[in-house]
Ligand binder design. Structure first.
Ligand SMILES: NC(=O)c1ccc[n+]([C@@H]2O[C@H](COP(=O)([O-])OP(=O)(O)OC[C@H]3O[C@@H](n4cnc5c(N)ncnc54)[C@H](OP(=O)(O)O)[C@@H]3O)[C@@H](O)[C@H]2O)c1
Length: 241
């Protein structure tokens, strides 16, 4: 995979897994579009990517839980760059440990819009446009969409119902779009980690999966030959079932 001349849009790229992924791709020469709601944090990451890796980077500040914002962002990316090689649907929020029986509708809606609808809106818009792109010689594909789901996309337990529902939804979308992508030449795949040391979990230290581990699984997926077609990589945490 030749990352130079490739353009990646990463949602939620100003923190945790998204930020680590932005750095890993930029270190290989990729142009990065950094999304998140906080403009100052987006600009901090853009400046770091430019100064540390000498790549082009820009911010698109906006809430992906809003369909209009998602459509605008994709319009702008394609009108400015003419193509997109990689979409990483990473923006997401966690939820309190409420049982489903106590969970308020507003929270369910907020989690679904942020974690699932955003991936649906963005993937739908990007997939359609990627289908019209030429196949890249180095990857043998027209583009890739990688979803940062969760181990709660393939398992669920008490207190995690709403988050798990959003990530199970993301897995349904991933598996169906991976199938649709086979013919179209668009890789669609998900990474499903257990607990990662990021601001979302507030965990730090070597007992936890590192954001860089997830970034490495994104580049692993991108570097596969075009016949290798995994729909997901599940990353459990040592010592946890
Ligand atoms: N940490 C874990 O243990 C873990 C495990 C499995 C899966 N995941 C998934 O990995 C992804 C990243 O999580 P993380 O741990 O890196 O979290 P994080 O450090 O809290 O980062 C979340 C990112 O998403 C952005 N974001 C949140 N809501 C958004 C919205 N509505 N529109 C645009 N951007 C939004 C945030 O930026 P702004 O605040 O500026 O918007 C931030 O950049 C999430 O989808 C999460 O569910 C995390």
């Amino acid at each position: 995979m030749d990352y130079k001349n490739k353009i990646a849009l990463i949602t939620g790229a100003n923190s945790g897994i998204g930020e680590a992924t932005a750095h890993r791709l930029a270190a290989r020469g990729c142009t990065i579009i950094v999304n998140g709601r906080r403009e100052a944090e987006n600009q901090r990451v853009v400046a770091a990517l430019q100064s540390q890796h000498g790549v082009k980077a820009e911010a698109w500040t906006g809430d992906v839980a809003d369909e209009g914002n998602c459509l605008q962002m994709i319009e702008k990316v394609f009108s400015d760059h003419g193509r997109l090689d990689l979409l990483v649907n990473n923006a997401g929020i966690g939820v309190s440990g409420d049982r489903v029986a106590e969970n308020p509708t507003e929270q369910f809606e907020r989690v679904m819009k942020t974690n699932l609808y955003s991936a649906y809106w963005l993937s739908r818009e990007v997939f359609r446009r990627m289908e019209t792109q030429a196949i890249a010689e180095d990857s043998g594909l027209r583009g890739a969409i990688i979803n940062i789901a969760s181990i709660l996309g393939v398992q669920a337990w008490a207190g995690a119902g709403v988050y798990a529902a959003s990530k199970h939804g993301m897995m349904g979308l991933t598996r169906a779009m991976a199938d649709e992508g086979e013919k179209a030449g668009i890789r669609v795949s998900a990474v499903c980690p257990a607990m990662v040391a990021t601001p979302m979990t507030g965990k730090t230290g070597s007992d936890y999966i590192q954001p860089e581990d997830i970034a490495a699984s994104v580049t692993y997926l991108l570097e596969l030959s075009p016949a290798a077609w995994p729909t997901e990589i599940v990353i459990p945490r040592r010592g946890c079932s």
